[in-house]
Design a protein around this ligand. Structure first.
Ligand code: N2P
Length: 364
């Protein structure tokens, strides 16, 4: 009898343990490409026993289409702030259970306050990393073609056809996203990057059409290797991606010097956020991953690897000096003052942007 009872108890414990495991043994994480350290996922799997399926994308539009269609199977996704804002409104995400994310306390209250403008009360999302959109270029190829006196810190390189036409032969990539180039072009013209005026979009069209013939490709991730290998000389790209290209060029011993600039005209800054789809199959595992990504050492090791800024106040002691002190990653106040945040736009503005973008890409 005693034996039977023991067997029963052991059996029940085994069932309870495996039930707990069944609840949280898997996680489907959909993140941007080139946006995590090599050991981030394996260490999480070791610590928690949760088996992570990790997929990548390079476009908010692709992520959004999946989220709006629903049943993605993803437990954790990384939309940029303005996309997250409208996805929250569409009911795509579940509210975070903050009791499961004690590391929320590590986040910079100023930046989270900022994010609260997109997600009131920070109910659905936390900052993963943030950065800027700017110019990445091959120093030798560009100076060879434009001379030392060219405005190498200016968006003139991209928007002035006199310069861009001389770079066409060495290759120019542009992020394949209207929400990146169009606000930057508006700002370059001295217009409100978040305008809703049709005449402002017309002015942007006039700016962009003459440079169209000199653009080799619209793509949002290939430029990293293309810059690193010397296959292109200019990209409109994301800060950390260009800095990764510079590292890859060094590591490969390619005779290529890549640099990133935040142009003097000012540029776009953005926040990428962690959010859990409303129909996520494993929300507990997603909360565990968010909490893990907000551990100071983990956030620091990701920033050290991908060259994007985190919003984790407690991470600072674990950051590489060269990342923390790089003004292109953590811009000083005077540069911050020239950055403008992306903002969600109305459907009417989205339509104008999309129409303009399609005309620009097709060149007609
Ligand atoms: C990572 C790109 C993330 C920046 N490759 C997009 N907001």
């Amino acid at each position: 009898m005693a034996h039977l009872r023991t067997t029963l108890v052991v059996g029940l414990v085994a069932v309870a343990v495996s039930a707990a495991h069944a609840r949280a043994e898997e996680l489907h994480f959909y993140n941007w490409s080139d946006y995590i350290a090599e050991d981030t996922i394996p260490t999480f799997e070791e610590k928690t026993g949760i088996d992570v399926t990790y997929d990548v994308f390079d476009s908010n539009e692709v992520l959004e289409a999946k989220l709006l269609a629903g049943s993605t199977g993803y437990d954790l996704v990384v939309p940029t702030g303005i996309f997250m804002e409208r996805q929250v409104k569409a009911g795509v995400f579940q509210p975070l259970d903050k009791s499961k994310i004690p590391n929320l306390d590590n986040l910079d209250p100023r930046l989270m306050g900022y994010l609260a403008q997109l997600d009131p009360g920070n109910e659905h999302a936390v900052i993963y990393m943030w950065g800027t959109t700017g110019l990445g270029y091959n120093v030798d190829m560009v100076t060879e073609r434009l001379g030392e006196d060219a405005p190498l810190n200016s968006y003139d390189l991209l928007f002035n056809p006199e310069y861009l036409s001389k770079l066409a032969d060495c290759g120019v990539h542009i992020l394949d996203a209207p929400t990146e180039l169009l606000p930057i072009a508006l700002n370059y013209l001295g217009l409100d990057p978040n305008t809703d005026k049709p005449e402002d979009f017309e002015a942007v069209r006039e700016l962009l059409m003459p440079i169209r013939p000199h653009i080799t490709k619209f793509h949002s991730s290939e430029y990293i290797n293309a810059l690193a290998n010397g296959d292109i000389c200019l990209a409109l790209g994301w800060s950390g991606d260009v800095l990764q290209a510079a590292d890859r060029a060094d590591e490969a011993g390619n005779d290529v010097t890549v640099t990133y600039v935040i142009p003097t005209e000012g540029t776009l800054m953005w926040f990428d956020t962690l959010a859990i789809p409303a129909d996520a199959p494993h929300p507990d595992a997603a909360h565990a991953m968010i909490n893990y990504l907000l551990e100071p050492e983990v956030a620091a090791s990701i920033s050290n690897y991908v060259a994007y800024a985190n919003a984790n106040d407690a991470a600072e002691p674990y950051m590489d000096e060269e990342i923390l002190n790089d003004p292109r990653i953590y811009p000083p106040e005077d540069v911050m003052a020239r950055l403008f945040p992306d903002r969600a736009s109305s459907q009417a503005v989205d339509r104008m942007r999309t129409r303009l973008w399609n005309r620009f890409k097709t060149g007609i």
